[in-house]
Design a protein around this ligand. Structure first.
Ligand SMILES: Cc1cc2nc3c(=O)[nH]c(=O)nc-3n(C[C@H](O)[C@H](O)[C@H](O)COP(=O)(O)O)c2cc1C
Length: 190
């Protein structure tokens, strides 16, 4: 798949088929994530891939974020139908057969922490694009960070920071294309 095509056509998927993607494909996707650039090439990240009972237990814990999100959605003016949809998605992550959690190491100073965060984000984007190229859907999620401690404890990584999670699997519903905003791009010195 052409890179620009992948960038433009990748979407956040919120409904999945139960079919398990092959381990070979998942390994290729994760490898693409791990080839992301990182500050000082520290690669201060870890990936956990969950399926089956482990995935179900993790998703159950993650859904504990719903009560924290409800007031925020209301405050943001999300209509009742939208709020129900969000809650439904967070309950079982759209039925995805696999969930990937990305954790990063905690740095001693703010600057390195920022580098670790940005490096981890690069990993996530690589992973999402590779998944799309493999015909798999994903959804970058940070809403679950309301229950970060519980999730890190489950993963056995209480000293790390949970950066994001993504469900991954075959999409069961083509999502709409959220429009992009016009943003100023300044060209200086051309
Ligand atoms: C840092 C980050 C956090 C996000 N967290 C969530 C989330 O918790 N739940 C969710 O449904 N989508 C989440 N998203 C997905 C965005 O809603 C989505 O990327 C955006 O609406 C644009 O849609 P698209 O990805 O289909 O282009 C997140 C995306 C990013 C980059």
């Amino acid at each position: 798949m052409d890179l620009y095509e992948a960038i433009h056509n990748r979407r956040s998927h919120r409904l999945y088929k139960p079919d398990l993607p092959s381990k070979e494909v998942l390994e290729r996707v994760i490898d693409a994530g791990l080839w992301a650039p990182s500050g000082t090439n520290a690669q201060a990240w870890e990936i956990t891939v969950l399926a089956g009972k482990a995935k179900d237990e993790f998703v159950e814990l993650a859904s504990g974020c719903i009560p924290y999100m409800e007031p925020l959605l209301e405050k943001a003016g999300v209509p009742e139908k939208g709020r129900q949809m969000v809650k439904g998605f967070f309950k079982n992550l759209g039925g995805a057969p696999v969930v990937i959690a990305i954790t990063i190491y905690k740095a001693k100073d703010e600057e390195m922490q920022m580098a670790n965060t940005q490096s981890g984000a690069a990993l996530v984007q690589n992973l999402l694009l590779a998944a799309h190229a493999e015909g798999l859907g994903t959804c970058w999620m940070t809403g679950v960070l309301f229950v970060e401690k519980q999730l890190l404890d489950y993963l056995g990584k209480p000293d790390q920071q949970l950066l994001a999670i993504t469900p991954i699997g075959f999409s069961a519903k083509e999502p709409p294309v959220p429009p992009r905003k016009e943003r100023e791009v300044r060209w200086l010195g051309f």
